[in-house]
Structure formats: structure tokens, C-alpha cells
Design a binder for this molecule. Structure first.
Ligand SMILES: CC(C)(COP(=O)(O)OP(=O)(O)OC[C@H]1O[C@@H](n2cnc3c(N)ncnc32)[C@H](O)[C@@H]1O)[C@@H](O)C(=O)NCCC(=O)NCCS
Ligand SMILES: Nc1ncnc2c1ncn2[C@@H]1O[C@H](COP(=O)(O)OP(=O)(O)OP(=O)(O)O)[C@@H](O)[C@H]1O
Length: 280
């Protein structure tokens, strides 16, 4: 039987496949502190692993359309930003229809949408160049945006924290400076892939002002998340017994605080996407 040559699939299909794979891998990764994973629903009462999977799969058409729009428009500017905004809002509607109104992947549509579009403009670019290019798209005002009072907007007002929008506009520093280097360091040190990914998530958590955490647990909760994530890595990471003990402790603390690092989880998916984008 002739093997299927994946490279014959259109670029936009391959990018959407890669992004959905990253979302599924993020959801499956266990044990994640406070988040939905294979073990439990973490600090969430309205989400399950099956719901995360269904949501991820429902986003495939939206991610493919974003890549197609970038290929068709061919350059960074207002027309591309407007197209991504429109498709992103349709993606959010598809997500909410699939989950019965639960916000499973809002931040992920934003981060992966920008990265998929950046990759479609130049599939040969490396992770740092893709993140910078995604940041340039995020800096453009979306002419179709309507004012909203999301949790992120309220947190920005209360604490001045820039959240998902600013993280993208800066070129995803939590991923490029923290998540990806930690993923590579842990792999090089002999950690299993699952452990290297957990370490990458922890490195992102330690660096990020996650508005999901700020919303539910305030600045004190955010400090607990950041310090706890750092403590796991300083103990040797999730490949060591001491690191796993700290990770268990952090998970219990987050459940007690009802806090969940959802923004860091979205950025881990972005990190996994960028790690694999070279294999296109
Ligand atoms: C910019 C976005 C994320 C809205 O941000 P805002 O902070 O107002 O919203 P909200 O609190 O509902 O969601 C934020 C999401 O980002 C994640 N997040 C939280 N903190 C961070 C952070 N510091 N860095 C990255 N992601 C974060 C969370 O998981 C959450 O899901 C985006 O959803 C948006 O503007 N959507 C409109 C449609 C659009 O333009 N889409 C473009 C597709 S490329
Ligand atoms: N494995 C995961 N578990 C939980 N959340 C995740 C996971 N992966 C990504 N996320 C992100 O976390 C966000 C969910 O956070 P949260 O439930 O705090 O949001 P909310 O619905 O805005 O607020 P709340 O439920 O606190 O009122 C999602 O938008 C999603 O982007």
C-alpha cells in the first residue's frame, strides 16, 4: 500500500492539525497543577477532559481559515488583523456551541490563531521569528472589535496587568524566553517527554501574570502560583522525586485557592506548536 504523503496536504490543513494536536497534548498532559487533565478537572467545576478534546477538535476549521486568510492576504496589516478577528470570533462561537457555553479555549484561539497566521506567512521561520511576527499582528487594532468587559479587561483595570493581549504583543516572551528553553533543557537532561512538558508549563507559570489566576485568587494567589512553580523547578523539576513532591504540594495549594493557571496552559499549547512547527 502506498504511504500517505502528509506534505501533499495544503499548508493551512497542516498548521490546523499541528495547532489542534498541541491543544490535545496540553489537555492530556498530567499531572498539571489546578488544570483539567487525565486525572481530574482540577479547580474547574464546568470542564472535563472530554470537553477539552471536543473543544479542541471544534477549533480546527477556525484555525485552518486563519492560516488560509494569512496565505491569501500575504502580509501583516489591517486587512489580516480584521480577518483574524472575524474568524477568531466565529471560532469562539463554535467553541461555546460545542461546550454549551463553557470558555474552554478563549486564550488558546488568540495565541494559536496568531501563531498559525504567522506560520502561514512563512512556514520556514523558526520559533522566535514566528512569535515576533505574531506579536506584530497582535499590535494592530482590530477594526471589527466591539468593546467588552471580559475577566481580562476587569483585571487590567484592577491591577494594570496586560494579560493575553500584551503577552502576544510582546512576542510571547513567556514561551520564547521560558517555556521553550525549559522544554529543551529538561529533554537534554534526560527527562521523559511528559516530564519535560510539565517543566515547560512550570517555567511559564513562574514567569506569567496569568489573569485567570488573578481573577480567581488575586495577587496573593498569583504569588503562590509563581513561587510554587519555581520551587518545583528548583527542586529538580518533575523528573525528580523532590520536584514531584513540590508539584503535588502546588496542586493541593491551587485546589485550596480555587486557582487555575489557564493562561499558562494556553501558552504551553503555543510552546508545543512552536516546538513542532519546524517539522512542517
Ligand atoms: C485578546 C483576547 C485573548 C481577549 O483577552 P481578554 O483578557 O480581554 O479576555 P479573557 O479574560 O476572556 O481571556 C483571556 C484568555 O487568555 C488567557 N490568559 C490569561 N492571562 C494570560 C497571559 N498573561 N498571557 C497569555 N494568555 C493569558 C486565559 O486562559 C484566558 O482564556 C482574545 O480572546 C480576543 O481579543 N478575542 C476577540 C477575537 C479576536 O480578535 N480574535 C483574534 C484571533 S487571532
Ligand atoms: N487544561 C486546561 N484546564 C483548564 N483551563 C485551561 C486548560 N487549558 C487551557 N485553559 C484555559 O483557561 C481558561 C479557563 O479559565 P477560567 O475557567 O478561569 O475562565 P473563565 O471562564 O473566564 O473564568 P471563571 O471560570 O473563573 O469564571 C480557558 O479560556 C482556556 O484558555
Amino acid at each position: 500500500m502506498k504511504a500517505l504523503n502528509l506534505h501533499t496536504l495544503p499548508l493551512a490543513d497542516r498548521l490546523a492539525d499541528l495547532a489542534v494536536d498541541a491543544l490535545i497534548d496540553e489537555a492530556d498532559l498530567s499531572p498539571k497543577p489546578g488544570l483539567v487533565d487525565r486525572r481530574s478537572n482540577g479547580a474547574h467545576t464546568d470542564m472535563t477532559l472530554a470537553l477539552m478534546h471536543a473543544s479542541a477538535l471544534a477549533l480546527w476549521p477556525c484555525l485552518r481559515q486563519m492560516a488560509e486568510a494569512a496565505e491569501a492576504i500575504g502580509e501583516i496589516g489591517v486587512p489580516l488583523r480584521a480577518a483574524l478577528g472575524r474568524i477568531g470570533r466565529e471560532g469562539e462561537a463554535a467553541m461555546l456551541a460545542t461546550t454549551g457555553g463553557v470558555n474552554t479555549h478563549r486564550g488558546a484561539i488568540w495565541a494559536l490563531g496568531l501563531l498559525v497566521a504567522a506560520s502561514a506567512l512563512d512556514a520556514q521561520a523558526g520559533p522566535a521569528a514566528l512569535a515576533t511576527r505574531a506579536g506584530r499582528i497582535a499590535l494592530i487594532d482590530d477594526p471589527g472589535a466591539t468593546p467588552e468587559d471580559s475577566h481580562g479587561v476587569q483585571i487590567q483595570r484592577r491591577y494594570g496587568s496586560g494579560g493575553a493581549r500584551e503577552q502576544a504583543q510582546l512576542g510571547f516572551p513567556a514561551v520564547i524566553t521560558h517555556g521553550l528553553p525549559q522544554l529543551h533543557r529538561s529533554r537534554a537532561a534526560g527527562a521523559r517527554e511528559n516530564q519535560a512538558r510539565l517543566d515547560a508549563l512550570l517555567a511559564i507559570m513562574a514567569a506569567l501574570a496569568d489573569t485567570c489566576v488573578l481573577w480567581r485568587a488575586g495577587p496573593q494567589g498569583l504569588a503562590t502560583v509563581q513561587q510554587g512553580a519555581r520551587a518545583v523547578l528548583e527542586a529538580g523539576g518533575s523528573a525528580t522525586l523532590a520536584g514531584r513532591r513540590q508539584l503535588r504540594r502546588l496542586d493541593q495549594q491551587l485546589l485550596h485557592l480555587n486557582a487555575s493557571p489557564g493562561g499558562a496552559a494556553d501558552l504551553l499549547a503555543a510552546c508545543l506548536f512552536l516546538d513542532n512547527a519546524g517539522s512542517l
